[in-house]
Ligand binder design. Sequence first.
Ligand code: SF4
Length: 322
Amino acid sequence: MLTVKLTEYYRALIDWNDPQDPLARMTLFAEEESRLMLPERPDPIDPPQGNGISRVLVHRYPDRALLLVTSRCAAHCRYCFRKDRIERHEADLDDAELAEAVAYVAAHSSIREIILSGGDPLALPNARLLEIISAFRRIPHLGSVRVHTRFPVYQPARCDTLEEVAKQVDVFVVQVNHAREVTARFVQAMARLRPHALLYNQSVLLRGVNDSTEALSELSWALARAGVTPYYLHYPDQVPGTAHFRLPLAQAMTLIGALRGRLPGYLLPRLMLEIPDGSGKIVLEPPACQPVGEQTFLLRSPLTGQGFEYCESSGFEPGVRD
Ligand code: SF4
């Protein structure tokens, strides 16, 4: 079971008088974690034959590979899908593993991007991050270095000393799950990274944290103010002891459908599900578009709920279908 680990900065954001506080729910131990559900397993998104090329390198999609550089984090999220790895305190990437990963990527010209993940890569010192990144930068066909991190949420001051690293990174994907995590300090941290890299956010859809259209639209608008584009909203993986965070799948799809009518397209994250057999992610679209004939579709307005017929050969039929 994941031990509680939390920064002083984040502790100060929690409303300790509110037993339902969403920030506390994400980071403090809850009794429900002792309840295990049948489909849950410690490695919920890995294929049965194993996790990847080596202990630290995963190559699931042709154009990108994932490197697990550490199992350390600034704090521990109770819903984390890498709980098992983190709790085992898996060792950081060592030099031999780095050389092996670089050789693998160099030998596979289809790989255009290396993604540093963990744990949280920003738990490593800058000197080590620069060693890792520069080793990959020498590969001619590699076009992008991406870093996945939740450090700016738990400890935004980490970005105050990150400039040399940020200059070598093409994309930062942060993980913000609630609008209250977008503080003035977080906005300042993003402003330090923005001159150097693209900034995206991927959230996790969590019951009791952000499972309403209000919470999700507030989150998207807060990210916009910080100059970060909402990108993915992940349906939580089936990690042991995390059932209390998962909504029914149909409810999750309804929620993202309702959000579509409230947010401009550039602030709308895509609802994603990791297929539990390691087959990768799929986009969960709500039933907004259904075929009703060979070339005819029923389109449903997320704003009004009304249906319209659209015929591919004859164009849009503005008449309301129901
Ligand atoms: S920061 Fe990421 S890897 Fe670390 S505990 Fe949270 S979700 Fe897991």
